[in-house]
Design a protein around this ligand. Structure first.
Ligand code: HEC
Ligand code: HEC
Length: 191
């Protein structure tokens, strides 16, 4: 074999070894028995974009309709179980809407999501405690702990961390990427 041919063979075999170990690590990550050639198994960035008009309308009037992938199933059950006393407001629904929205939120909750941010939220929460706020998940707290109060609570253009879409410009696509953050009255965020 010529030297150059040997080099090529070496490169090709290294590459195939690398891709093999990539595939098997992907496979090892999958706990639900999916096949590695099923591309739906590859993790997607962000969270599931809200894709239910009824939910968007009923739960998106006081704050944005949060992606179901931002909280675990048990948290959604807790929120939905107490809509008449909803953080100081009454957000009760008609029985049929209640059933549909509860079903939408729980079947698409972070527990079952293949979106990367949902996996990270799930990995951060203590499963023995049922929290009723995204802003109380350890993942959320870690990502926002350097933002001063004056940009949020004391910022009349924001008021609360619950108003995600005021700072995150691409939430409609399920994206919370830090490159797309612009805090009202403050501007683009650089840490
Ligand atoms: C009448 C107004 C109103 C409606 C309608 C409403 N909410 Fe809320 N929601 C609030 C308020 C007020 C808060 C607390 C916001 C804050 O602390 O700044 C809140 C907070 C939340 C939070 C916690 C956000 C956080 O801080 O992490 C969740 C989750 C939530 N709402 C889900 C829902 C769902 C699901 C529906 C539809 C069934 C809904 N909301 C409809 C007023 C409303
Ligand atoms: C006051 C503006 C503001 C609000 C409101 C806000 N965020 Fe953020 N968020 C930021 C900033 C700024 C960063 C980047 C922080 C950093 O890089 O230190 C960030 C980062 C994030 C990240 C990590 C992004 C990355 O690329 O790693 C996620 C996820 C996120 N926010 C989700 C949310 C959710 C969900 C809500 C609503 C419940 C929310 N944020 C509300 C300002 C905000």
């Amino acid at each position: 074999m010529k030297k150059s041919t040997m080099g090529t063979v070496l490169i090709i075999s290294t590459l195939s070894l690398l891709s093999f170990s990539f595939i098997s690590s992907q496979q090892a990550l999958s706990h639900d028995g999916d096949k590695f050639w099923d591309f739906s198994n590859l993790k997607r960035p962000g969270v599931l974009p809200v894709n239910n008009a009824n939910y968007d309308e009923e739960c998106g009037s006081c704050h944005m309709a949060y992606s179901p992938g931002l909280l675990p199933k048990k948290s959604w059950m807790k929120v939905m179980g107490n809509l008449e006393e909803h953080y100081g407001d009454n957000a009760e629904l008609l029985p049929q809407q209640h059933i549909e929205i509860l079903n939408y939120l729980t079947t698409n909750a972070a527990d079952f999501s293949k979106y990367r941010r949902s996996r990270k939220i799930m990995a951060s929460v203590d499963r023995t405690i049922v929290i009723d706020r995204i802003t109380l998940t350890p993942y959320f707290i870690k990502k926002h702990d350097e933002i001063p109060k004056r940009f949020v609570i004391d910022n009349s253009k924001v008021g609360s961390f619950s108003q995600c879409n005021l700072c995150h410009s691409n939430t409609a696509n399920g994206s919370f990427n830090e490159d797309e953050v612009s805090i009202p009255g403050v501007g683009y965020w650089h840490d």
